[in-house]
Structures are given as C-alpha cells and as structure tokens.
Design a protein around this ligand. Structure first.
Ligand code: OGA
Ligand code: MN
Length: 228
C-alpha cells in the first residue's frame, strides 16, 4: 500500500516472507555498504573513547548475576549524529514495510550500539516476555569486517521457546541484518574472541491498545455528561 515510502530492496527482498514463516530473517541488502562502514567507524570511535557502558538485564542490579548473563557495552543511538539518523531512517522504512505487509502495528523504534570485547557473550534469552506487548520485533545489524569462524561471537537462533537445537547461526559480518520476533525467538551470542560491534534495536507497539486498565474509561450511558 505504502509502496512509495519503501525502497525497492525492501519490497523485493523475501525477508518479510521469512519473518512471517519462521519468525526470523537474515538480510544483507537493506543498509547501503557506505552507511554500514560509517556506522562501523562510529561504533569503534565511541568504544575506543569510552562512551559505551555496561548493559543491564531488566531490573537486575546484581552485578555478579548480570556478568553471568551478558557482558556487552552499549550506547543508545541518537539523531544528533547524521550517520545514526540515517540508520534510524532505514529502520523507519523497515517499520513501514512490516506494518503494510504483516500488520504488526509497529509504533516506535530504539537501538543501541553494542560492543562485545574478547570473552564477552550474551546467554540464551528472549528480548520480551510474551503478552507484555512491548518489544515485538528485534533487529541486530553487524559492523565487523573479515569476521572468521574462529572469532566466535556468532548469533545462535532457536526456533521456539522449547527447542534446544540451534536453528540458525548468524555470522556478525558487516552489512548483515537479522530481524526476529522479540517474544518468540530465543537467541544467544556465543563468546567473541575479538571486539565485536553491532547495533541492536527494538520495534515496539503502542501500549495503549493493549492495556485497557490504563486507559480512561469512556461514558457508556447516553445521559452521562460529556467528559471530553
Ligand atoms: C541483544 C542481543 C544479539 C547480537 O542485545 O538483546 O541479543 O547478536 N544481541 O548482538
Ligand atoms: Mn537479545
């Protein structure tokens, strides 16, 4: 429907079908190689200048526990950087494409740079609790050049909550974008053996339609005064 707002590769790619069929999709054509390189430089600069900080897990405050689950460092993207704004613009196209073909009602998007230093990992997890209807679609864009199998740091994807077998392995090579359903797809980052850079992001639905208890009740009888 909104075809004019969506660039050609977005429409031609079969990533939308993959997402609908399996719950995840791996694509290589959505972000231009030039933008990928600029994002890579920005991530490395931020990391080397100490702007990334240790990431949290939900409300966990126990640092020992945290370190046993994830060891990445992150910083939220901002539109103040033209390069970061360009990435957020691409994700806006993804949002529109998903909404017009899969009717997911994606409403907003946020993303952070992440650096995994040698030895860092992120244990098997899901990005959202089922039914919370908060984060519904996850994205991870990779920023590493010449990544080899022995560098570790692959993203392992599981088909569903109960499955223990890895269904897909994504190498975190520059230009690769993976999208998956936040509430359905368990995944983990295997230990990296060298600095591993990515942008992890989440599309959210608008909470209003799914939390009726938080909404203002409308009058149901005609003789109630108009409350505006
Ligand atoms: C996350 C995550 C995966 C990756 O940040 O929640 O799962 O490959 N990242 O960096
Ligand atoms: Mn995750």
């Amino acid at each position: 429907m909104n075809a004019l707002a969506v660039s050609e590769p977005l429409i031609r790619g079969n990533w939308i079908n993959a997402l609908a069929d399996t719950g995840w999709a791996v694509t290589h054509a959505l972000v231009s190689p030039e933008l990928a390189v600029q994002l890579r430089r920005e991530a490395i600069d931020l990391h080397e200048n100490g702007y990334l900080s240790r990431a949290g897990v939900g409300r966990a405050e126990d640092h020992a526990l945290l370190s046993s689950i994830r060891r990445d460092k992150t910083k939220w993207l901002s539109r103040e950087s033209a390069v970061q704004a360009a990435y957020l613009d691409v994700m806006e196209e993804v949002r529109l494409a998903v909404n017009s073909s899969l009717f997911m009602g994606l409403f907003s998007y946020e993303a952070h740079f992440a650096a995994y230093e040698p030895g860092a990992f992120y244990k098997r997890h899901m990005d959202a609790f089922k039914g919370a209807r908060n984060r519904v679609l996850s994205s991870v864009f990779y920023l590493n050049e010449d990544w080899l199998a022995e560098d570790g740091g692959a993203l392992a994807i599981y088909a569903d909550e109960t499955s223990t077998e890895i269904a897909d392995v994504v190498v975190p090579e520059l230009g690769t974008l993976v999208l998956f359903l936040s509430e359905d797809i368990p995944h983990e980052v295997l230990p990296a053996n060298r600095d591993r850079y990515s942008i992890a992001g989440w599309f959210r639905v608008n909470d209003r339609g799914v939390a009726p208890s938080l909404q203002v009740a409308l009058p149901t009888t005609p003789d109630l005064p108009d409350l505006n």
